[in-house]
Design a protein around this ligand. Sequence first.
Ligand SMILES: *Cc1c(COP(=O)(O)O)cnc(C)c1O
Length: 371
Amino acid sequence: MTHVGAQGGPQPKEWISAIAPYVPGKAADASGRPVAKLSANENPLGTGEAARAAFARASADLATYPDPGAALLRQAIAAQYGLEPARVIYGTGSDELLHIAASAYAGPGDEIIHVRYGFSVYEIAARRVGAVPVVAADKDYGTDVDAILACVTDKTRVVFVANPNNPTGTFSPRAEIARLHAALRPDILLVIDQAYAEYLEPEEDDGALALAESEPNVLVTRTFSKIHGLAAERIGWGYASAQIVEALHRIRAPFNITSAGQAAAAAAIADTAWVEASRAHNRIWRDYLCNEVTALGNCGLSHVPSSANFVLVRFAGALSAQTAFEGLMEAGYATRWLPGQGLPDALRITIGTEEQMRDVARLLREMATRA
Ligand SMILES: *Cc1c(COP(=O)(O)O)cnc(C)c1O
């Protein structure tokens, strides 16, 4: 039997080979020892009781395909935010929605804009369809509307913006989002990724859902993976014009969200008490961590202002981000060190439990003062 080497086998398209695979947050150290995961922005309080109960009920039937139209989930989402159920789209995580948005509106030779310190899936989504990812410079780690607009060309088809942004935690207020939308050609799809919107205070609404309600070229994406504590079930949702939603339905995977996941998500979105408790916990321990980092300013530590459930901590003194990353890992905490995303001097730390945050702050203090 002759062995067919890689040379003779099928070759991926060159734009697929150019993709650097997504790097998930670590849950174990190099030796495989499990560590506390402050690396994936999950809810440290877990999942609410209503969602867990709905999940348990729906998981009794494993033999039947899920509702392909996710009717109950769309109704629950629409009721929560005053939206039209028919214009709610759903995906296997909001990741699927980001990918199908790129596929529906861009192809080889087209351009897709995202910010420099942005969510790494945008670049993957652009490359996957053969489009060119175009990187807009940041302003103090945050989204710079003028820099994005300066990147627009005849070939621009999609603009991805996360608000709050990941991995920086920065937030663009309503007026900036409105200014970005107003200056974009109407044939460009503006995707506003609101994976962390539930962590904002109600008065901080960036107006994205209202834009998606009235404008033909805005897609808002949300997720059940973060504040709703359902990351294991992979459910995201989006809102846009009927035309955009119709295009996305054509290419989403059939039966893309599970039965138990749909039931759990519908219960989770109605459980406003759980969402508020999670937001309140996050606010308290984010403030705590930020204050602790600020107190280490004389050791070169600082943080980027965060509106999300994580903080980007910068290391400009004797203690490097890499050493802090390794020291925290050694002590049992996985954080995100992001040299691959152009942030070798920073760690992204998810807001965890009170105990975890006190311990992480103590470890940072000890490492910084010892360095
Ligand atoms: C976590 C995250 C998502 C959500 O991913 P899911 O696929 O819904 O789990 C989307 N965008 C950003 C910016 C994120 O950080």
